[in-house]
Design a binder for this molecule. Structure first.
Ligand code: HEC
Length: 88
């Protein structure tokens, strides 16, 4: 019985980890998840490393694809991405 409950705990933890994303916490986290993790997973975003200018291009391109980012959010989204996933 102890073994079984250990297994259940492991499974629950694994399921929780699978739902988590690699986007760092911050004021823009939820906005970026909402705007950027609809068509593809957040991993597609967090796997990239880009300069601020390149992130701005990417967000523009995603808006052309159909992403919804308001004018007010655009700079903050780009700042968040450039800070979280900078080109090394
Ligand atoms: C309407 C659907 C859609 C939304 C919303 C969307 N994307 Fe994408 N994204 C795509 C598609 C389709 C691709 C693959 C083709 C391409 O590169 O355009 C992609 C590819 C990417 C890539 C990998 C290619 C590259 O240019 O580096 C990144 C990074 C990316 N998206 C970031 C974002 C970010 C950041 C947001 C939020 C601002 C976002 N996406 C929102 C459709 C979307």
């Amino acid at each position: 019985m102890m073994r079984l409950s250990g297994l259940i705990v492991t499974l629950v933890l694994a399921a929780t980890a699978a739902r988590a994303d690699d986007l760092p916490p911050g004021p823009m986290h939820d906005t970026v998840v909402k705007a950027c993790a609809q068509c593809h997973s957040a991993d597609v975003v967090s796997a990239q490393r880009k300069t601020r200018a390149a992130w701005a291009d990417t967000v523009n391109q995603m808006m052309a694809n159909g992403a919804t980012v308001s004018d007010a959010e655009f700079d903050k989204v780009v700042d968040y991405l450039a800070k979280s996933f900078p080109a090394s």
